[in-house]
Design a protein around this ligand. Structure first.
Ligand code: NAD
Length: 258
């Protein structure tokens, strides 16, 4: 079955990241129009978009720092003014580095929470105001992580923020269901891309832990995450809301035996 997204106008945060390269490619190939936002400068964005070969007729770029609430509202408003029919919003920007809790400052903890929880909140509010006002039955999709469900050393701010995103998405799903608006979560495992790829390649302890915990014996490809987005953005998922979709090659499975 071919997935046809030609009636979708999709706005994404963190649209220049590693996983989003595969996500954006897959969504454009399925016919969607993509509005990429990211903290990076327009010049860097133009270079990255060209290097990735994203069709410039099927996407555009807007610089937007998700931790700056005013900027988020300003950019989202401008995007809706230009594309009033935006009907899917991907809150995808996020990430962290390993930092043991007692060594972190309040500021660095807050920064991770701002990036991974408050950013998605600002973005959702900005988008939902448009959808509520114009009665668009939109679909919000948040990128979480398999480690929003269990602990992992050195990233307490990140796991707390992502766990917050999971329940936030469910709350939005319930609150906005009467308007036909849906909200779902994609939870990747260890993806062979982005910050965790660098960590995997440079940190021996991290690599050992990741290899030990993967029942399928490998990490996720970015394309496996893109496939989850293809499904959720498609009519196949029209009755899915409040879901937490694990795409983690089994790393999130509880293990009592080796
Ligand atoms: N890589 C993994 O293994 C993995 C695993 C589970 C979940 N995730 C999640 O997937 C998503 C993407 O991860 P990735 O590894 O591809 O990320 P990445 O580090 O490759 O990309 C992050 C993007 O966010 C942008 N960005 C940074 N600060 C920003 C800000 N303040 N406002 C807007 N954009 C900003 C960066 O410029 C970059 O383009 C994140 O939400 C992450 O938590 C990743």
């Amino acid at each position: 079955m071919k997935i046809d997204l030609s009636d979708k106008t999709i706005i994404i945060t963190g649209g220049l990241g590693a996983i989003s390269e595969a996500v954006v490619r897959a969504l454009i190939e399925a016919g969607a129009y993509l509005i990429l936002t990211d903290a990076q400068s327009p010049a860097d964005a133009a270079r990255i978009i060209e290097e990735r070969g994203h069709d410039p007729r099927r996407c555009e770029y807007h610089q937007m720092d998700v931790t700056d609430a005013k900027a988020v509202h300003r950019v989202v408003d401008a995007c809706f003014a230009k594309h009033p029919k935006i009907n899917i919003a991907l809150s995808h920007a996020g990430g962290t580095r390993i930092e043991y809790f007692a060594d972190t400052s309040d500021e660095s903890f807050d920064k991770v929470v701002a990036f991974n929880l408050l950013g998605p909140v600002y973005f959702s509010r900005a988008v939902l105001r448009h959808w509520s006002a114009s009665k668009i039955k939109g679909h919000l999709i948040f990128t979480s992580t398999y480690i929003s469900k269990f602990p992992w050393k050195g990233i307490s701010a990140y796991t707390a923020a992502k766990a917050g995103v999971d329940l936030f998405s469910k709350s939005i799903a319930l609150e906005y269901a009467p308007l036909g608006i849906r909200s779902n979560v994609v939870a990747p495992g260890n993806v062979a891309a982005g910050s965790s790829k660098l960590l995997y390649e440079t940190d021996v302890d991290y690599r050992r832990d990741v290899d030990k915990m993967s029942p399928l014996g490998h990490r996720n490809s970015p394309e496996s995450i893109a496939n989850a987005f293809l499904y959720l953005c498609s009519p196949l998922a029209d009755e899915v809301t409040g879901a937490y979709l694990n795409v983690d090659a089994g790393v999130g499975l509880p293990k009592v035996q080796d």
